[in-house]
Ligand binder design. Structure first.
Ligand SMILES: Cc1cc2nc3c(=O)[nH]c(=O)nc-3n(C[C@H](O)[C@H](O)[C@H](O)COP(=O)(O)O)c2cc1C
Length: 141
């Protein structure tokens, strides 16, 4: 990760537009803690840690305005967990960023977005399995 990108972000899971589940990509929408340094809009690979349960999950993170859906100017921080479909609503979570995967794109169709998101998750899996990805994994003691 470039040094200017923070590697850690804490926040609370809030309700999003509710589209993700229907698309096959349910995401946890994170409201970052006030004053947090949110990384620039892009798609990232990372870990999602749940202090409440001690769980650590493999994740692909989208930060951006969801331009494909013209959601408006607000920046959304959305996390797709590869290995749990638990409803995290209301929980505090911590994100550890491992690598930037690509720019956010305004796709011409939802199908194109889904194709790209599937490829992002495959790339993210490989990045999390890399030595750098494993080192970034949070450990609860
Ligand atoms: C892996 C991944 C990649 C994404 N990439 C983009 C993108 O390039 N452009 C975009 O408009 N939205 C992108 N999104 C965000 C989706 O538009 C968003 O998750 C979806 O609209 C559901 O939003 P909701 O959870 O608020 O309902 C991405 C989401 C994921 C999980």
């Amino acid at each position: 990760m470039p040094e200017s990108v923070p590697t850690c972000l804490s926040g609370t899971v809030v309700h999003g537009a509710g589209r993700g589940r229907g698309l096959g990509f349910p995401t946890a929408n994170i409201s970052p803690d006030p004053g947090s340094d949110v990384p620039p809009p892009a798609v990232y690979s990372g870990w999602l840690a749940r202090p409440a349960t001690g769980g650590v999950h493999r994740a692909t993170i989208s930060i951006g305005t969801n331009p494909t859906f013209e959601d408006g100017p607000l920046i959304h921080t959305e996390v797709y967990c590869h290995d749990t479909s638990d409803d995290l609503y209301g929980e505090r979570v911590e994100l550890r960023f491992v690598a930037r995967i690509r720019d956010t794109v305004r796709f011409a169709s939802v199908d194109e977005l889904l194709l790209a998101a599937r490829a992002d998750v495959l790339r993210s899996e490989a990045l999390l399995d890399s030595a750098h990805g494993r080192r970034a994994r949070p450990v609860f003691t």
